[in-house]
Design a protein around this ligand. Structure first.
Ligand code: FAD
Length: 408
């Protein structure tokens, strides 16, 4: 009889989508896992998330997709419209067509629903979940990583993951103290009950309404009971001390005066909104060193204009498990993980930046010249238009991975 291998241990900094999903996958792959969240509770902002088919495949592999189905909303189309006139620029079918083309559904999910389902599965899989417990720094040794917690406690693990978001302390320990920089983009977020809106005002689609220096994204959540809106506005600076604030809905409405009635009608019903300054850190940094690696926004925060930040975090998890299964030791697995993820994440980051330019054309001439070719392809070669997303949505991040142990 062969000797049982001792259980390997992982300590994860950060209990957002990246940290809890990574904890769940590692526990189901046989690791002993603890997730340490700095905040007093595991919480997501009250807003929606677009889950593209590449991300839905990861949720399915993690065994949580079915639990999300009852509250998810399946949009019929993805569309880009002129925010002033409402004229269509681009449209691609989602719904059943997305599933047929890309092998998994395109879903709209409330963030709190996703985190709750991941946490429940992580608990069942035996993950230790700790709150009010921040990671401060670490020391790599050949035998283990020594992690110092904010309260001075010392923890030891075979692997430490920094899933601690844009302002990651693990990233700072790994790369030095580069500061997040304001991108001159701010994002308002609000939820509006469908019952508060005129019938038919919001189409059952994922719609980007684009215009000079700003855009609005609208879509349904919770089976269509709520409308999620994200309104992005360029601003020269962000002087607030916090990077997220309760914003004045009147100020939000004023920023979109004169826009299409579908936008202004929705904004008229907003009672509460929060506004975020969008910050980024440099992209060319290390994600792995010895027994420590970064996942999710800690590794690669990006502008949200491809709706892929959480999707990339979920993809990270599959690549991490693949690398840990295939490499002779943890440090080489983490370097393999970084190498494998880099090109795809860099492409998504670049496309997200490009979309800021595409959506925010300031002049009518700029909009005409940028949007006419897209309009023509979308109208006369719709298959080609949808095909432009095959590289992103059509990739199966779980391909070749062994199924995870389900349940405990
Ligand atoms: P976070 O959610 O930031 O979690 C990090 C956690 O770590 C936090 O809970 C924090 O409290 C904790 N923490 C911080 N420091 C420490 C420490 N030292 N020790 C312990 N814990 C710590 N993505 C999509 O895929 N689809 C979308 O539709 C989409 N829409 C978006 C819309 C907007 C307006 C924005 C801003 C982003 C959007 N994103 C979207 C991106 C997505 O929200 C993020 O990429 C994703 O939430 C990142 O998850 P994370 O777990 O890596 O980081």
């Amino acid at each position: 009889m062969s000797k049982p291998t001792p259980q390997r241990s992982a300590l994860i900094a950060g209990g957002g989508i990246a940290g809890v999903a990574a904890g769940l996958a590692l526990a189901r792959a046989g690791w002993s896992v603890s997730v340490h969240e700095r905040a007093a509770s595991f919480e997501e902002v009250g807003a929606g998330l677009q889950i593209s088919p590449n991300a839905a495949r990861v949720l399915d592999w993690l065994g949580v997709l079915d639990a999300l189905a009852p509250t998810a909303f399946r949009p019929e189309r993805a569309e880009l419209r002129d925010g002033l006139s409402g004229a269509p620029v681009y449209a691609a079918p989602l719904g059943v067509a997305a599933e047929q083309r890309w092998g998994a559904p395109y879903l709209h999910i409330h963030r709190a629903d996703l985190l709750a389902v991941l946490l429940a599965a992580a608990r069942t899989a035996g993950v230790t979940l700790r709150t009010s417990d921040a990671v401060a720094r670490y020391v790599n040794t050949p035998e283990a990583v020594h992690v110092t917690m904010a309260d001075g406690r010392l923890e030891y693990a075979d692997l430490c993951l920094g899933a601690d978001g844009l302002r990651s302390s693990v990233r700072t320990a790994l790369n030095g103290s580069e500061q997040p920089a304001f991108t001159q983009q701010t994002a308002w977020r609000a939820l509006v009950p469908r019952a508060a809106l005129p019938e038919g005002l919001v189409a059952p689609n994922a719609t980007v309404w684009a215009g000079p220096g700003r855009h609005v994204v609208t879509y349904y959540l919770r089976g269509g009971a709520l409308v999620n809106l994200v309104a992005v506005e360029e601003r020269p600076d962000w002087t607030e001390e916090d990077w997220s604030l309760e914003g004045d809905p009147e100020r939000l409405r004023a920023a979109f005066t004169g826009w299409h009635p579908a936008v202004t009608g929705l904004l008229a019903a907003v009672e509460r909104a929060h506004v975020w300054g969008l910050f980024l850190r440099p992209e060319q940094v290390r994600w792995a060193e010895g027994r420590v690696a970064l996942v999710g926004d800690a590794a690669h925060a990006m502008l949200p204009f491809m709706a892929q930040g959480a999707a990339m975090a979920l993809e990270d998890v599959t690549e991490l498990i693949r690398a840990l299964q295939g490499a002779p030791d943890i440090p080489s697995a983490l370097l393999a993980y970084e190498r494998a993820r880099w090109p795809r994440v860099a492409r998504v980051q670049a496309r997200s930046r490009a979309n800021a330019k595409l959506f925010h054309k300031r002049t009518a001439l700029g909009r005409l010249s940028a949007w006419t070719p897209i309009r023509l392809v979308s109208r006369f070669a719709p298959g080609l238009a949808a095909g432009q997303l095959d590289w992103l949505y059509g990739q199966d991040p779980t391909a070749g991975l062994a199924p995870l142990r389900q349940g405990t």
